[in-house]
Design a protein around this ligand. Structure first.
Ligand code: HEM
Length: 180
């Protein structure tokens, strides 16, 4: 099956429209949080220089749990898409006692998760350490629903989720390395 030229045009336009402002806004928030939390910058720099002598690569991410936690915390705090995108119920269903008929427009409120006090104690505090367990491993990133609800690869998520994460990760780390 082949795409028509207009379909390719619209797919590429959608990537630009959905990908530029979201990523740029996330990075602007990241800079603000790092300015206000210089100790976080120091911890990131220590981790980066322990793992690599040059610029950090996406492939280094598994060895940089603290830096990955910083990206996650930026995405939680900054609420880039607080109401995600509207969806339509493809069938009748009941949730928490509420009957939702087929064809209802559904708008998820992602910020109600990202600021949930039970999931994120002291939710207004910028604290990447909340994703690091006692062994220094990354934990609980999947509680942050910045890319919407659903399983990875399901159609309810930001389409290029992995790309968005990688993009935020290496850009932020490069900025951190240059500025600290
Ligand atoms: C920090 C960065 C980003 C955030 C927080 C974000 C967040 C989201 C959210 C919440 C949705 C709605 C998902 C849904 O419920 O249907 C979405 C959809 C989408 N995003 Fe992103 N996004 C980011 C970066 C990007 C990038 C870099 C691209 C492209 C290169 C992109 C392309 C898309 C597309 C094409 C959709 C629509 C998917 C569909 O039609 O099902 N996003 N994004």
């Amino acid at each position: 099956m082949y795409f028509k030229e207009t379909q390719v045009y619209h797919h590429i336009s959608e990537m630009f429209a959905a990908g530029t402002d979201t990523t740029a806004t996330a990075l602007r928030w990241a800079l603000l949080y790092l300015i206000h939390n210089p100790e976080v910058q120091e911890t990131m720099l220590t981790e980066i220089t322990q793992v690599t002598e040059g610029l950090p690569l996406i492939a280094d991410r598994d060895n940089m749990p603290y830096c990955a936690a910083v990206v996650t915390e930026v995405l939680r705090m900054s609420n880039i898409a607080p109401l995600s995108l509207p969806h339509v119920a493809s069938q009748d269903f009941t949730v928490a006692g509420y009957f939702i008929p087929k064809n209802t427009t559904l708008i998820p409120c992602l910020s109600s998760y990202t600021r949930d006090m039970d999931m994120f104690p002291n939710p207004d505090k910028f604290d990447p350490g909340r994703y690091i367990d006692s062994n220094g491993h990354l934990t609980g990133q999947d509680r942050v629903l910045a890319f919407s609800l659903g399983k990875n690869g399901a159609e309810t998520l930001c389409l290029p989720l992995t790309y968005s994460l990688n993009d935020s990760f290496d850009t932020l780390l490069t900025v951190c390395l240059i500025t600290v």
